[in-house]
Design a protein around this ligand. Structure first.
Ligand SMILES: [Cu+2]
Length: 160
């Protein structure tokens, strides 16, 4: 008799215990699932972005890869030789709505360069480096504050 009483009490307490415990367990499961989805999502976005940006291949040998983004030019310092014909392999993963006229720009007033780069694309252009060594300014004027924003400036470093 007392045995069956014990058993029934145990049977009654276990469901109560499960009820008290399962919500937090379920929440932990949901939180973990959300974390996994978020991490995978970020990975996919990064991988896709890089694939989009690297679509196509440079048409000019020895072109210098320069990535343009909301963070500016990458690399920020582009080193070239005086008098050299420089090929820039210019690319971006940014989407058109973030860019004025749907393009990033590569502008150097001092060197007379003005090139456009459509959203999510890659193109190669060339210019002739000046004979005079020094640092020359380059900027993008079609996003993130343009010429007024220090972030949108890079340097073309001309070495002798
Ligand atoms: Cu830009």
């Amino acid at each position: 008799m007392s045995n069956s009483n014990h058993a029934s009490r145990a049977r009654q307490t276990r469901p109560a215990h499960d009820l008290a415990r399962s919500p937090s367990t379920r929440w932990r499961g949901v939180a973990f699932g959300a974390l996994v989805v978020a991490v995978l999502g970020i990975g996919v976005v990064l991988a896709t972005g890089d694939l989009l940006g690297q679509r196509g291949t440079p048409t000019t040998a020895n072109a210098i890869p320069v990535r343009m983004s909301m963070a500016g030019f990458e690399p920020q310092v582009i080193t070239v030789k005086a008098g050299q014909t420089v090929a820039i392999d210019f690319w971006t993963t940014d989407a058109a709505p973030h860019l004025q006229g749907g393009v990033h720009t590569f502008i150097s007033d001092e060197l007379g360069i003005r090139e456009e780069l459509p959203a999510e694309s890659r193109r190669t252009f060339t210019f002739t480096a000046p004979a005079k060594p020094g640092d020359y300014d380059v900027y993008c004027d079609t996003c993130c504050g343009g010429k007024e924003s220090p972030t949108m400036h890079g340097i073309i470093r001309v070495e002798a």
